[in-house]
Design a protein around this ligand. Structure first.
Ligand code: NAI
Length: 304
């Protein structure tokens, strides 16, 4: 069973994508709001029924129902309102995440946890520390969403097929994210050999700012994060061992410790199987370090 805690916009969408991709035959939506997870489950089940997909979605307000879950997605908490940064959400959501992780420990102590609640990297750190799970079992979703946006801008700039784009976004899921324009490739050809530095810089900036634009236009980001969560679950349950950016605890990797931040990692059935350490240039190292500092500042202000 896959459990998604937080049956709001992103949690509901993650359940929908996971069901369509048939990532498990049972998906549980858990939320404190009475009626919401049940209604969401009914709505998705009706869609699955027409599609002839035998995945059961269940909605619940009772944590006990998550017993036996292999994967738990934590997407409960407040979202960003227009003009708010992810860090504004820190204090509110730290309390929510600690409460949720306490329940995961109680009812799904063998699970893998995918934190999603923002600000993502501090929440991944709190989840790791509060759960006391091995670090490989806690890996947050943020970089996969940033990557979806980065790929879209590369696609728009080059007109190439989205399938041919190979790229990564690492670092903080926030103001200091690091879309790796230098290392991106289209059909094996380095992106810097295809477009000018000015265009690369433009894509870098657009990728950083586009979330705020979507929030301004439609109030929240929903489908891209919902899908990104399901892509990570797919990688795990099908033991695909694809490299994906995940927010996970560093113990010396990239020169940093005692922080959770986005790094490329091989994901498989046991969670993070290996963190890939890329050779960053000085400018990239600066962005990565700024992200680490921002996450460390955030977590120093809360009791973990
Ligand atoms: P939403 O407001 O639609 O849903 C949040 C749900 O969490 C609500 O249904 C609420 O009842 C529930 N909730 C609150 N406290 C809870 C608790 N203690 N236990 C169980 N459920 C609880 O928000 P939305 O848009 O779905 O976003 C959820 C979170 O995901 C936000 O923090 C948002 O910033 C974050 N997010 C993260 C992304 C990422 O890339 N990491 C991307 C998009 C959103």
């Amino acid at each position: 069973m896959i459990t998604i805690i937080g049956a709001g916009k992103v949690g509901g969408d993650a359940a929908l994508f996971s069901a369509i991709k048939q990532l498990d035959d049972q998906i549980l939506l858990l939320d404190i709001a009475e009626g919401l997870p049940q209604g969401e489950a009914m709505d998705i089940n009706h869609m699955l029924s027409e599609q002839g997909i035998d995945v059961e979605i269940k909605g619940s307000n009772n944590y006990e129902d998550m017993k036996g879950s292999k994967i738990v997605v934590v997407v409960a908490g407040a979202g960003r309102k227009p003009g708010m940064t992810r860090m504004d959400l820190l204090k509110i959501n730290a309390g929510v995440v600690k409460d949720v992780v306490g329940n995961i420990k109680k009812y799904a102590d063998d699970s893998l946890i995918i934190p999603v609640t923002n600000p993502l990297d501090p929440m991944a750190y709190i989840t790791f520390k509060t759960s006391d799970f091995e670090k490989s079992r806690v890996f947050g979703m943020g970089g996969m969403l940033d990557l979806s946006r980065f790929k879209q801008f590369i696609h728009e700039e080059t007109n190439s097929s989205r399938k041919e784009i190979n790229a990564l976004v690492i670092g903080e899921h926030g103001e200091n994210m690091l879309p790796l324009t230098r290392l991106a490739k289209i059909s094996g050809k380095p992106l810097p050999e295809i477009i000018s530095q000015e265009k690369l810089d433009n894509i870098f900036t657009l990728t950083k700012n586009v979330a705020a634009e979507v929030i301004k236009l439609k109030g929240a980001t929903v489908h891209a994060p919902g899908n990104a969560i399901s892509a990570m679950i797919d990688n795990v349950v099908n033991d695909k061992k694809q490299v994906m950016p995940v927010s996970t605890y560093l113990d010396g990797e990239y020169g940093f410790s005692d922080v959770s931040i986005g790094v490329p990692a091989i994901l498989g059935k046991n969670g993070v199987e290996k963190i890939i350490e890329l050779e960053l240039n000085d400018n990239e190292k600066d962005w990565f370090e700024k992200g680490v500092k921002s996450v460390k500042d955030a977590i120093s202000g809360i009791n973990v």
